[in-house]
Structures are given as structure tokens and as C-alpha cells.
Design a binder for this molecule. Structure first.
Ligand code: NI
Length: 183
């Protein structure tokens, strides 16, 4: 039973979950290394619920806190096997190679073939501060590495080759200028 269901059953009134606007390319928070979470309290549990709600609404398979403007080291995910989260993660192992057409909610509607390790293992904590380890390959491994990068202020563009990155950045800047020109 989730914390929320339990709360409903004992008659505690919970505020509705909130969907946050997702920050997009060009927002400085996405290029900033996030700070560790230091209290595992109700606010953190609420933030995780809100991030999941925001991720499902997008929809996406992962969402890191900086993507909603909160520069804290945590992310939520669901690669099709139910919701999860990880707080203050460290990347402890990565192996193999896998190319995948990767996208990001903060760089909407764009995908690039990106080569990364196929397998990744992260160690961190759950919402209650208990140690939690996540690992996986292919989509799970990709999501873990992608969300971990967000916490260090890195977008997927930084994983492109030099030439691809240059042309992707040019495209994005042109698109951004185009939008500004419409105002
Ligand atoms: Ni992303």
C-alpha cells in the first residue's frame, strides 16, 4: 500500500499531486550540478509523487529534479515495470556498448542515436533514506545513465560526437531564435 493510500484510509487529507512545467534546453538549471538531498522527509516524498505525476503526464520514462527547476540529486522513472525513484545516486558500474535513439523531455521532440554503455548500476537511497541499488541494461541502463547525467548538469547533447553535437546545437539555437521571432 502506498503512503497516499494509507493516508486516505486513515482519513488524512492529502493535497492533490501536482504536474510541474518541464524546463527546456536553454534554462540554466539544466546545466547546473545539483545539490545532494539532505532530508528524507514528507516534502521529499511529496516531491517524488509530483515528479512521477509530471513524468507520466509528459509522458516520459524518466525525469530528474532539475528538469522541473529543482536542483536536487534525485530522479523518478518507469520503463514499463512500474514507478521507481533514486535519491543521491552514484554511478558504480557501466559496461558494454549500445546505440539507441535517445530523447529528453527537456529537448522536446528530438532524438539522436547515442552510443553509451549498455549496462549501468547506480547506488543511492530511497525516499526513506534506505540504501537502494538500481541496475539494468538497454532501456533501463540508458534511463539510469541519462537521468544521472541530468544531476550533473549534463544533457544528452554532451554524449553526441563533436560534429553531431555542433549541428544539433545549431539546429536548437535556430529553433529557439525562430520562436523568439514569433513573439
Ligand atoms: Ni532528459
Amino acid at each position: 500500500m502506498s503512503r497516499r493510500q494509507a493516508a486516505v484510509e486513515v482519513g488524512v487529507r492529502f493535497p492533490l499531486m501536482a504536474v510541474f512545467p518541464i524546463r527546456v534546453f536553454g534554462d540554466a538549471v539544466l546545466n547546473t550540478a545539483a545539490a545532494p538531498v539532505d532530508s528524507f522527509d514528507d516534502d521529499l516524498a511529496r516531491l517524488i509523487d509530483d515528479m512521477l505525476e509530471t513524468m507520466y503526464a509528459a509522458p516520459g520514462v524518466g525525469l530528474a529534479a532539475p528538469q522541473i527547476g529543482i536542483s536536487k540529486r534525485l530522479f523518478v522513472y518507469d520503463v514499463g515495470e512500474g514507478p521507481g525513484h533514486l535519491v543521491n545516486p552514484g554511478l558504480v558500474e557501466a559496461a558494454g556498448e549500445w546505440e539507441f535513439d535517445e530523447g529528453c523531455l527537456s529537448v522536446p521532440e528530438r532524438f539522436w542515436p547515442i552510443l553509451r554503455p549498455a549496462y549501468a548500476r547506480l547506488e543511492g537511497f530511497d525516499a526513506d533514506g534506505k540504501p537502494l541499488e538500481l541496475e539494468g541494461d538497454e532501456l533501463m541502463g540508458r534511463m539510469l545513465q541519462h537521468e544521472f547525467d541530468h544531476l550533473d548538469g549534463k544533457l544528452l547533447l554532451e554524449r553526441l560526437g563533436k560534429r553531431e553535437r555542433k549541428s544539433a546545437l545549431r539546429d536548437l539555437r535556430d529553433a529557439t531564435l525562430g520562436l523568439a521571432g514569433l513573439e
